[in-house]
Each structure stands twice: as structure tokens, then as C-alpha cells.
Ligand binder design. Structure first.
Ligand code: THU
Length: 132
């Protein structure tokens, strides 16, 4: 599966976002080495702080179904943004902890722009728990 196909899966996931407050829909798709795709989208609450971003929903959902770090080969996120969507800091932290460092992260928008990053570019010197 190439990056365009994974972004297309994130676009599908985005359609299920529940965003009655911000109306800002985000979708994410995670690809595993056996070719399975796990989807996630943002879920909002009237108690705004309870909102869950698409990226974390996607990663936690995959882990909840038994996926682990070494299974994951690519991750894509999409929003209706001018340039490729930018994950929030909390999601960058979770991506850094739950995905291996060499996994390509595709950030995209609905216009076909796709940027590829490695997590260390998105959150250098992140808290990795090694001091706990
Ligand atoms: N959002 C995400 O889903 N991912 C991000 O990385 C940034 C923000 C969502 C949360 C909320 O539902 C809406 O976008 C506006 O903040």
C-alpha cells in the first residue's frame, strides 16, 4: 500500500469524526505489516477537554486490538487544512511512544498535499519514559 492509499483510508476515517463543536474533522489510518488498516477520527465532548484527537483514537484503537509497535509500518493523518494537517503536541507524544522511530508519518490535507516525516522531526527530545 502506498502513501496515497493510506491517506485515502485516513480520509475515509475522517468522515466518521464526531465534531459538533469545532466542526474540524480529522482522520487517521495506521498500516500494519500484515496489511491491516486501523482507522481513527476525532471525538468531541460538550466538556471540551474530554475530546479525543483522531491520531490517539487510531493508535489506541489499534493497540486495544492487539497491535504493537513492531507491527506498525506507516501512519497517516488528514484534515481539511491549507497545508498538511499538523498533529497536536499530545498526539506527537503518543506517536513517539507507540510507533517506532523509523515509521513514516504522512500528514495530508484534502487537496492532495502530503508531507512525510519521522517522529523525531515532529517532537525532538521527547519524554520516552526511560527515566521512570
Ligand atoms: N484534533 C485532532 O483530531 N488532531 C490533532 O492533532 C489536532 C486537533 C481535533 C481535536 C478537536 O476535535 C478538533 O480537532 C479541534 O481542535
Amino acid at each position: 500500500m502506498d502513501k496515497n492509499e493510506l491517506v485515502a483510508e485516513a480520509i475515509k476515517a475522517r468522515e466518521n469524526a464526531f465534531t459538533p463543536y469545532s466542526h474540524f474533522k480529522v482522520g487517521a489510518a495506521l498500516l500494519t505489516k500484515d496489511g491491516k488498516i486501523y482507522h481513527g477520527s476525532n471525538m468531541e465532548s460538550a466538556s471540551y477537554g474530554l475530546t479525543l484527537c483522531a491520531e490517539r483514537n487510531c493508535i489506541f484503537g489499534a493497540y486495544a486490538r492487539g497491535v504493537r509497535k513492531d507491527d506498525i509500518v506507516a501512519f497517516a493523518v488528514v484534515g481539511d487544512t491549507d497545508g498538511p494537517v499538523s498533529p497536536c503536541g499530545a498526539c506527537r507524544q503518543i506517536i513517539a511512544e507507540y510507533l517506532n522511530r523509523d515509521v513514516p508519518i504522512y500528514l495530508a490535507n484534502l487537496k492532495g498535499d502530503i508531507s512525510e516525516y519521522k517522529i523525531e522531526e515532529l517532537i525532538p527530545y521527547f519524554f520516552d519514559g526511560s527515566e521512570l
